[in-house]
Design a protein around this ligand. Structure first.
Ligand code: RB5
Length: 157
């Protein structure tokens, strides 16, 4: 059961994009607001260009500090955003292009940033997959241990 269906307030979220993801960013911000999040939106306006790592670092910093519970990043493919965001401590950014990954990135990996490629899945894809991401809770249990090992950077076996 999600926090939302338990009646808890979802908290804050931040959404960023480069020039390739402006419409997707606006769509994602509106979906997050519909889910009750307080949303901050960062990125260029139409006709402007931006380097995706700048937005990825801005969004990931807010998640890293705890100022935002979730982040959403939209660029052409989602890949560059995830690469940059995952340099931040405690950030688990997943590139999502299908419903199974949207669900598992939350249920098993406790992803806290969803990265979308607007040129790959389009606006309808972002809408559908962000809904799945937001409605799925982390399962915990054995996944808690595994997620904890992501941050260590060393093999324990
Ligand atoms: C911008 O043209 C493009 O490279 C960027 O949006 C993204 O796809 C990078 O990963």
């Amino acid at each position: 059961m999600s926090d939302e269906s338990r009646g808890e307030r979802p908290g804050s979220a931040i959404v960023g994009s480069d020039h390739a993801g402006i419409e997707g960013r606006r769509t994602a911000a509106s979906i997050l607001r519909d889910h009750g999040f307080e949303v901050t939106e960062v990125g260029p306006s139409e006709g402007e260009s931006a380097d995706y790592p700048d937005l990825a670092h801005e969004v990931a910093s807010r998640v890293e500090s705890g100022a935002a519970r979730f982040g959403v990043l939209v660029c052409g493919t989602g890949q560059g955003m995830a690469m940059a965001a995952n340099r931040h401590s405690g950030v688990r950014a997943a590139v999502i292009a299908d419903a199974f990954t949207a669900e598992m990135s939350r249920a098993h990996n406790d992803a806290n940033i969803a990265c979308f490629g607007e040129r790959v899945i389009g606006i309808q894809g972002i809408e559908a997959l962000l809904e799945v991401f937001l409605r799925t809770d982390f399962e915990g249990g054995r996944h808690e241990r595994r997620v904890g090992k992501i941050e260590t950077g060393v093999a324990e076996r």
